[in-house]
Ligand binder design. Sequence first.
Ligand SMILES: NC(=O)c1ccc[n+]([C@@H]2O[C@H](COP(=O)([O-])OP(=O)(O)OC[C@H]3O[C@@H](n4cnc5c(N)ncnc54)[C@H](OP(=O)(O)O)[C@@H]3O)[C@@H](O)[C@H]2O)c1
Length: 306
Amino acid sequence: MPERSPAPDAHPSAERPRVAVLGLGRMGTPIATAFLDAGYRTIVWNRSPDKVEALAARGAVPMATAAEAVTAAPLVVTPLLDHAAVRQALGTATAALRGRTVVNLANTTPDQARDLAAWTARYGAAYLDGAMMALPETVATASGFFLYSGTEEAFTRFRGALEVMAPAHYFGTDPGRAEIHDLALLGTGYGALAGFLHSLALLHGTGTGPEEFAALAARWLNGLTAYLPELAREVGAARYADGVSTVDLNRAAVDGIVELGRASGVTAAVHEPLRDLLRQRSAGGRGADSFSSVFELMRPRDAPLL
Ligand SMILES: NC(=O)c1ccc[n+]([C@@H]2O[C@H](COP(=O)([O-])OP(=O)(O)OC[C@H]3O[C@@H](n4cnc5c(N)ncnc54)[C@H](OP(=O)(O)O)[C@@H]3O)[C@@H](O)[C@H]2O)c1
């Protein structure tokens, strides 16, 4: 289990705002615990009341309704299931929202985040959308981080409290931007995780067990992160001539993965799309360009270069 980082002392105790945590599920419970550990007066509410007991025993103030919890604190964080759950919970508390800052930590789409921002504004609340790049066990540790977008003044005012949960990154006033970056990071991760599971399928029955391979894969992925800045530089400059790893070299490698899968009865669904992009680049006379140049086949045609 990662070590919990000490709470930043951005708010001296007298200035620590009261915090209401609505939703005490897998994420909400460690979030409320982190606020308690950092000395914040922590008000808690959960739809199923049994989940408040352990936190109340640690000093949290339990409320019977979401409206009472919102009334009790200027800062309201909502690690609830989804957009509908947030609308439902806050929908019972509209009379208490004026002057509050709502930090929505439920996963939503960018448009749902914008919708919630407009909806809370109607009741006089400031809105920050938050995306949690963390697992329950990495809340309030150095491993997790949260993304925010929405009302800048609210982010500045409550930054110290937000950083109790995780280091905070602010992406501007469009409430949808945190969720866009959340999806971009998830998309990056899913590419790697799908590749990992596919590799376990390739190795199935070969004598290398999943745990043994996981250790190797972690080492490999760790090393690959050093390649990201180079890819980013090439894409940012739209200059692909000098990359160390070419389209043709990677096409041969990806062909090899697809062929091994075919021979072993393993699906090609994970790597075929990448193989097709590499083949397209190669057929267009771009085989000597850097691997990063497949970006040119991914980006929207009418989008300006980064
Ligand atoms: N778990 C993770 O690893 C993780 C990581 C990053 C982000 N997230 C995101 O964090 C959010 C919370 O996830 P979680 O894992 O903590 O979920 P969870 O353990 O299932 O907890 C969901 C919470 O939402 C409440 N809830 C659900 N529907 C509700 C409704 N209609 N009205 C009021 N409350 C409602 C639940 O209350 P009850 O107790 O009454 O059911 C519970 O407090 C999700 O958006 C998730 O995508 C999760």
